[in-house]
Design a protein around this ligand. Sequence first.
Ligand code: BGC
Length: 480
Amino acid sequence: MTATTTDQHHGTLPAGFLRGFATASYQIEGGHDQDGRKPSVWDVALKDKDNGDVACNSYNMIEEDIALLKSLGANVYRFSISWSRIVPLGGRNDPVEPRGIAHYSKFIDRLIEEGITPFVTLFHWDLPYALQERYGGFRATGEQREELLLDWDRYVRVCFEAFGDRVKHWITHNEPLSYVYCHFAFTDDYKLDEKWTVGKNILITHARAVDIYRKEFQRPDTVIGIALQSEWVEPIDDSQAAKDAAQRGMDVSIGWFADPIYLGKPNATVEKLAPGAYDFTEAEWAILRGSSDFFGINHYSTQLATGKIITEDPPIINTMFGSIEMTQEPGGVPIGHRGHDGHPYTVPWGFYKLLKYIHATWTNAGVSYIHKDIPTYVTENGYAEQDERQYTFEERINDKNRVNYFEGYLAALVGAVQEGVPVAGYMAWSLLDNLEWTSGYKPCFGVTVVDMDGGTFKRTPKSSGLYIKRFFDEAVASKA
Ligand code: BGC
């Protein structure tokens, strides 16, 4: 926690490294009915629960958020655009809302004026509800899928047209793996097997956004890509069964999306499990292959694969990893400090292994589809303390366990970079304590307390936010 813990990292990251924080529109903005915004799927699903009606009030606190970012030394901010503010009813023939565009336009201008690079996510799960009603949103198949694709194309084109003259870093989708499961929260009749359909629609909409961008909007210094998520899955022992299970876990949780994009081919494990998962036309494959200029990775923790596959009714969390049996408390001993309801456990070595694995598997010139080294951006990484919301203000500010988490994970990042993994940026999750989807406001992932109970929404940085600032002040090399 003192300066000594950062000294050792002096100059270990390249000059120009992007260092900052991440958020998502529905989790922080509030202003749910301001300036013509219409409901997203979450407004409806969370109507009578903790919801995003007010959240951190960021929609009305642009200047406060920018001041906070500056005070934490950020030179990048990852945030997402709410489709429901830009095209409130979602569809290609529905009206565009100029006030929504003006809001983000102003925010982008102000970030740039303050020397903060906007890293913009086009879709962080908040689909306009009207599209979910019209054709099931990302569940759409057949002719309705065509509707989805055309509505998506129009939405992203409006964003590129409105903001593309200033935004140089774009993310299409956030965590396809999570979003395919989010559907349980907002669609009553969702079936597990539909995840393959949703996954396919996410892949193809990603590819179409990139194709549109590259053909119509790309400039020499701009990038576009996707943010995938992955826990690291480690075999619990040396047995072949544990090794195979760990590989299966990585294949299904991240290879599902990463292989087509970075290697230009289906993931073999996924294809075996779901023969239709990559049922793309040749024209679709052509825009999917090589469709990310960087590897965006959201990472929180590590799982141990025991070597068994659960065949009878695997819990949802296991199906995300190909139904392998996993533990984070082998023999009753936690694998690392246990965060809020076990999300996450603090396991820095897993992050190091994941960064190495990404490079070896997808992004080095020898394997990547484009035969060029592809940089990695850590687009999320963060920690929630058990029941932090119930702590006193002082306790929340002195968030030692979160500081420990970042100390370990940032050291792991440096370790991977020193071994040749090209990481170009790091965005901690999250700038603010915010709405954790169906878990409401209980989990706190922020490096900043937001005064929600008092209604002032005042932002107060925690020790962890200040630690991150000190770390990067020390670690990022000054220009030669
Ligand atoms: C998501 C965030 C979420 C965070 C913490 C990621 O899965 O992108 O929206 O709040 O993890 O769980």
